[in-house]
Design a protein around this ligand. Structure first.
Ligand code: EPZ
Length: 428
């Protein structure tokens, strides 16, 4: 397994960085190609492991996929196998996003339960509840979801679906199922992330009738079987990658970074908290400029569903608060185990006390270099940020976590003056 060696210079990041396409928009949109038999093209797709995994899954299902970043082309193959095996789903739990499209398009699906992951149990009960409301029969057998349309594989029926809590991929799965269900569906208490709005745009481009994507109530009129058309679309920028580089710019006094192609509108909650910490944020056309001049103020955050403070930015913001003056209280309300970066940051000299789903951070004057372990995607990003702020060397192991969500991170950071190198095979 590779490691990243960050040689902290104690100097701020300065320069321009281009933000890649959003992985969490590309994933559901690639699964939406299962709803049509034409040849679709997706552009501005980041070269990430999760994109390779999704391509492999679509090929397994019988699609012809060409992934030549930043483009992916998907077309119908000669046969369809509506089955997502454990070997593929265990690599990426978002594979569960094929469930809705498969049962809507082919009347049945056999999809491995994703299982939990480092940050939490991550059940899919809301996905299954939504499909059952649409007439789907669901059986759980030997770690698989066996889903079948009404009457032994018939067409799903439009329905009213009430989510017990806002779930991003749950909302996306049911949107795609409703796009081919018979009649109208109303989805209530939906997640409101920009990636859901983007999926709504795609389903409309394909010929479904989707209104309200990005709000908590979504109305969908399903298209007739075989009537959804392929699409050609360039996806939105990755707001979490952008947020990560915004925090990176603030880690050392004097930081001045322009994020090219980022959308400030998707990052209001983060921007407000960075400004409260004393960071200057301005938007210039399609760019965001982040400057840090002077000491950081401590700021409290509580993660919440969009448009609240994103849980995917909690680890990165906590790393920043390790260097702020005073005490910050960081509360994580979305996942039950999303503080695994804390013990690693403590090895670097951070002063953090964990109490249940809250971390109390006391700012320190500096962080030390250390050997640390990445545990999940965003935790690994927070360790890179901490390494950038130190003036010593930090080695971050198991960076395959990082490669899931950050395209060419060494190159992008080097372009901002950081010294980051990949150590191949650092760990057997
Ligand atoms: C999506 O995961 C993102 N992944 C995650 O990003 C992100 O952290 C998460 O949304 C929250 O914003 C993709 O979009 C591919 P949820 P998802 O369903 O959909 C509970 C990253 O870093 N829940 O919104 O799996 C669940 O346990 C990844 O890029 C149920 O109880 O998250 C959690 O506590 C990590 N039952 C909460 O809801 C369900 O059926 C929110 O989960 C579904 C979810």
């Amino acid at each position: 397994m590779d490691a990243l060696r960050v040689r902290g210079t104690g100097k701020p990041l300065v320069g321009k960085v281009r933000i890649s396409g959003a992985k969490n928009a590309a994933l559901p949109i690639l699964c939406a190609t299962l709803l049509s038999d034409g040849a679709s093209r997706l552009r501005n797709v980041p070269r990430l492991r999760d994109m390779e995994t999704t391509s492999a899954l679509l090929r397994f299902l019988g699609r012809e996929v060409t992934f030549d970043a930043p483009e992916i082309q998907v077309a119908a193959g000669s046969q369809v196998r509506p089955e997502a095996p454990y070997e593929l789903v265990k690599q990426m739990r978002a594979s569960v996003l094929v469930l809705g499209p498969l049962v809507a398009r082919f009347g049945r699906a056999k999809v491995s339960l994703p299982g939990g992951c480092a940050i939490g149990a991550r059940p899919i009960d809301q996905h299954l509840k939504g499909l059952e409301a649409m007439g789907c029969s669901i059986k759980l057998e030997r770690g698989y979801v066996l889903a079948e349309g009404p009457g032994g594989g018939g067409r799903l029926r439009g329905a009213e679906v009430y989510f017990d809590l806002p779930t991003v991929t749950g909302t996306e799965n049911i949107m795609m199922a409703a796009a081919l269900a018979k009649g109208r569906s109303t989805l209530v208490n939906c997640a409101r992330e920009p990636e859901i709005e983007e999926l709504g745009r795609i389903l409309n481009k394909m010929g479904a009738e989707v209104n309200g994507a990005g709000t908590d109530v979504i109305h969908i009129v399903g298209a007739e079987p075989g009537k959804l058309a392929p699409f050609d679309h360039a996806i939105i920028p990755d707001r979490i990658e952008a947020g990560t580089y915004m925090v990176a710019a603030a880690m050392v006094d004097g930081g001045d970074v322009v994020l090219e192609g980022a959308e400030l509108g998707d990052l209001e909650a983060l921007s407000q908290k960075l400004r409260a910490a004393g960071v200057e944020i301005t938007s210039e056309a399609q760019n965001i400029r982040v400057r840090r001049r002077g000491p950081l103020r401590s700021v409290n955050i509580t993660t919440a569903p969009h448009p609240g403070f994103p849980t995917d930015m909690q680890a990165q913001f906590l790393a920043l608060m390790c260097l702020a003056r005073g005490e910050s209280v960081i509360s994580e309300t979305i996942f039950e185990n999303r503080f695994m970066h804390v013990p690693e940051l403590q090895r670097m000299g951070a002063s953090v006390a964990l109490r249940g789903n809250t971390a109390v951070v006391q700012g320190v004057s500096k962080l030390y270099g250390a050997s640390v372990m990445a545990t999940d995607l965003r935790a690994s990003a927070s360790l890179v940020l901490a390494g950038l702020a130190s003036d010593e060397e930090t080695e971050i192991r198991r960076v395959y976590h990082l490669d899931r969500g950050y395209e060419r991170i060494e190159e992008k950071l080097a372009g901002l003056g950081a010294h980051v190198e990949r150590v191949k095979g650092a760990e057997a």
